[in-house]
Ligand binder design. Structure first.
Ligand code: GLY
Ligand code: MN
Ligand code: MN
Length: 465
């Protein structure tokens, strides 16, 4: 974990942003896989991790806004546990690592919260996303599980978003570590992408690299020749010459910071002319929208730059027609790019999404679009120095969507359906980088992962069987 000062100052910053009351952060519990004692790899809750840093299950953190005091609640291990787990630190010693002087048991948490409720003090919490924590909060607060959402604290959500959105140098360094692990994952995946290789074998190699660097992947790997399926977690394919393979993956560091990278490569290591033409449009969309990334710019405007680059490139190839800007305003480009440019990245791969995407990506200045495609943009608001965002444009040929729009003659003034038919089996291409917004612009984070046609082909030439 970071030095205890980091967590103390984060809690003090939160305290300053909150009017009064008690803030309750339940950490995650162990989650069972197929019987109670056989659990998934433990992953701490990201808010708990941000404010308290401890990687222990079944802990809770409390910040008393009015009395300038913080608590860690958790149970010390008994000898029965220690026989199986080895020596374990005391809760009080762990609390000290987070800069917290007050440690007590979970029974005492129940008494503490009951007393606070009796005194009419407000208890601030965010909406839990795991059943175990939902039940724990329900019991502590005396609110039925399904009604917890009516009592979540908007001031707390807004304060957390304000703090976690701006990454410190320490946090950026962690994210860059996660990207450096991704460099190893992706260059390995590229070098394995030859005809006859099972997709699952490449997934396994990439996931293994993440674990070998310390932690599991930051989300289930998306790897497929069917890149037109945006979040395709089926890996049963056997690679075929002439297809493209999308790899969308990331790693987590020991402090839970994530990377999120996508590369798309030609199976066999050489782009055909048709593949290269589409690839370079996506690459230009990525580069052009990164180029306009700077403080003060609406992220939605970066998205629009990517959309216009894609519409312009597809017009040059004869798949689109008419005025490029008008086509994008109308939403015709969304046949090929039916998702947003990206999202915040940090302790969560979709950072803070559990706090409600609208609270993270939008504000009083800008609300989500209702238009198909741009409606999926997870963030539209102005960029600030310290934001870390992804940039992940793509071009996809989704047969079901093409058929539907073609039958409706949708956007016929902008879409050349006859030409589009020539691409219906093409699949999809996405390219994703992680970007820091700096004081005067931006920085693409981490060790550069091969991205241009020449870089990808050169990397793949060093084949791994
Ligand atoms: N990994 C999913 C995404 O890129 O948002
Ligand atoms: Mn991704
Ligand atoms: Mn992403």
């Amino acid at each position: 974990m970071f030095n205890s000062d980091v967590y103390t100052s984060r809690r003090n910053a939160l305290r300053k942003l909150m009017p009064s009351g008690i803030i309750l952060f339940p950490g995650n519990t162990e989650a069972s896989y197929n019987y109670p004692a056989n659990t998934y790899t433990f992953r701490q809750d990201s808010n708990f991790s941000y404010f308290f840093g401890l990687e222990n299950p079944d802990f809770a953190g409390v910040i008393d806004v009015d009395n300038d005091v913080d608590y860690i609640f958790g149970n010390d291990f008994e000898i029965d546990d220690i026989i199986w787990m080895g020596p374990q630190p005391k809760v009080a010693d762990l609390a000290a690592k987070a800069g917290v002087k007050n440690a007590a048991s979970l029974d005492e948490l129940a008494t503490f919260i009951a007393n606070a409720i009796r005194k009419g003090r407000q208890i601030h919490f965010t909406l839990p996303y795991r059943a175990e924590v939902t039940l724990q909060l329900s019991q502590l607060l005396g609110i039925r599980p399904l009604r917890l959402k009516e009592y979540v604290s908007m001031p707390l959500i807004e304060a957390i978003v304000q703090l976690r959105s701006v990454k410190s140098d320490l946090e950026v360094a962690e994210i860059e570590k996660a990207i450096d692990t991704a460099w190893h994952m992706f260059t390995t995946g590229m070098r394995m992408a030859y005809p006859g290789k099972k997709e699952q074998e490449i997934v396994g190699a990439m996931e293994g690299i993440s674990i070998a660097h310390g932690r599991p992947v930051s989300f289930p790997i998306i790897l497929s020749m069917n890149g037109q399926i945006l979040h395709n977690h089926h890996h049963e394919g056997i690679l075929q010459e002439g297809r493209m393979m999308v790899m969308d993956a990331g790693s987590e560091t020991s402090l839970n910071y994530a990377s999120d990278i996508t590369r798309t490569v030609p199976v066999g290591g050489k782009f055909s002319q048709k593949q290269r033409e589409i690839y370079e449009i996506v690459l230009n969309a990525n580069l052009n929208s990164i180029a306009v990334t700077k403080p003060g710019t609406f992220y939605r405007d970066c998205h629009t730059v990517a959309c216009e680059t894609i519409a312009g490139g597809l017009k040059d190839l004869g798949l689109m027609k008419g005025d490029v800007k008008e086509a994008v305003v109308a939403g015709a480009h969304a046949l090929f790019l039916p998702h947003g440019l990206g999202h915040m990245l940090g302790l969560d791969v979709h950072d803070m999404e559990g706090l409600g995407q609208i609270n993270v990506g939008y504000d009083s200045e800008i609300q989500p679009s209702k238009q198909f495609g741009t409606a999926y943009l997870r963030m539209g608001r102005r960029l600030q120095p310290g934001f870390v965002i992804t940039n992940e444009p793509g071009i996809y040929f989704i047969p079901e969507l093409i058929d539907m729009w073609k039958a409706e003659k949708k956007y016929a003034e902008f879409l050349n359906y006859d030409k589009i038919e020539e691409y219906r089996a093409f699949g999809g291409i996405r390219i994703e980088d992680d970007i820091l917004v700096t004081v005067d612009g931006h920085r693409v984070l981490g060790r550069p992962i091969p991205k241009t046609v020449a870089e990808v082909e050169a990397t793949m030439a060093d084949r791994i069987d």
